[in-house]
Design a protein around this ligand. Structure first.
Ligand SMILES: Nc1ncnc2c1ncn2[C@@H]1O[C@H](COP(=O)(O)OP(=O)(O)OP(=O)(O)O)[C@@H](O)[C@H]1O
Length: 257
């Protein structure tokens, strides 16, 4: 394995009943790079992330993080891996019953890795990093706008200083300017941590901003992987159609059949 490789997927397969979702996914993500996984609705992007995190057991294949096969880790080693991982969920997934500061430090508090007093300080620190005042820490998530909730969700994803962060549709539901702001914060935070980022998104502007590399999944396989700046002119008709949002092209023709 290359010493520089953070995530390595080989021959990843997953079916639900008769439905084959992942049909031999091969993908490499280099350390400190930012990979964006593209693909149509229901193409298996979230299932891929869940397999990497060990939340769904693959039927077959290899999932390596730092050269270790995560499908074979002991419960303790998997917990240790998850401790080093941050996740920003599609809907933010904040707990309304807890103030923002407890949401931000939820993982650290739940694992007794920090006192409540230190958690307040840590929350203020990461809230500042995403452009929010410390006083926001005392509010309930339901009192925040969608953009602020995304910032809080980002603060929570980085609070434990993870070395891999997963972003699931980080700008969904935001206006284009707020989306660009959140993307900028994502890039800043990932860079500051020196983390590896793995994102899934339908938003091509966002994909180009947050990804240095990109890959596209189609019919359960990675059909293209390369530099994010090539998106739209990769030479792969399916990827270019998707990236350019064109009605006509090989993907639509398949849908018509
Ligand atoms: N636990 C599950 N049980 C059964 N089917 C599942 C399960 N999880 C996912 N699927 C199916 O796997 C397919 C891929 O789902 P996935 O959520 O990975 O898609 P996606 O590419 O992330 O889509 P979207 O962009 O719409 O979020 C879908 O058809 C979905 O219904």
């Amino acid at each position: 394995m290359s010493a520089n490789l953070k995530i390595r997927l080989r021959g990843l397969r997953k079916s639900f009943g008769e439905k084959v979702v992942l049909d031999g996914v091969d993908l490499d993500v280099a350390a400190r790079h930012s990979m964006v996984l593209l693909g149509g609705s229901g193409s298996g992007k979230s299932v891929t992330i869940k397999c990497i995190l060990g939340l769904i057991p693959p039927d077959d294949g290899v999932v390596e993080i730092d050269g270790r096969d995560v499908t074979r880790l002991s419960r303790r080693d998997r917990a240790e891996l998850l401790d080093r991982t941050g996740m920003l969920f599609q809907n933010g997934a904040l707990f309304d019953s807890l103030p923002v500061w407890e949401n931000v430090c939820f993982k650290l508090l739940a694992q007794n890795r920090i006192t409540r007093r230190a958690a307040r300080d840590r929350a203020a620190e990461v809230l500042a990093q995403v452009g929010l005042a410390a006083s926001v820490g005392d509010l309930s998530p339901s009192e925040l706008s969608g953009g602020m909730q995304k910032r809080v969700a980002l603060a929570r994803a980085i609070a434990s200083k993870p070395d891999i962060i997963f972003f699931d549709e980080p700008t969904t539901g935001l206006d284009p300017i707020m989306g660009a702001v959140i993307d900028g914060l994502i890039v800043d935070c990932v860079e500051k941590l020196g983390a590896t980022a793995f994102s899934i998104t339908h938003d091509m502007a966002s994909a180009r901003r947050i990804g240095d590399h990109a890959a596209m999944i189609h019919k359960g396989r990675i059909i293209w992987a390369g530099h994010a700046e090539a998106l739209g002119h990769t030479g792969n008709a399916m990827v270019d159609q998707f990236a350019n949002g064109e009605r006509e092209g090989p993907i639509q023709m398949e849908l018509r059949r």
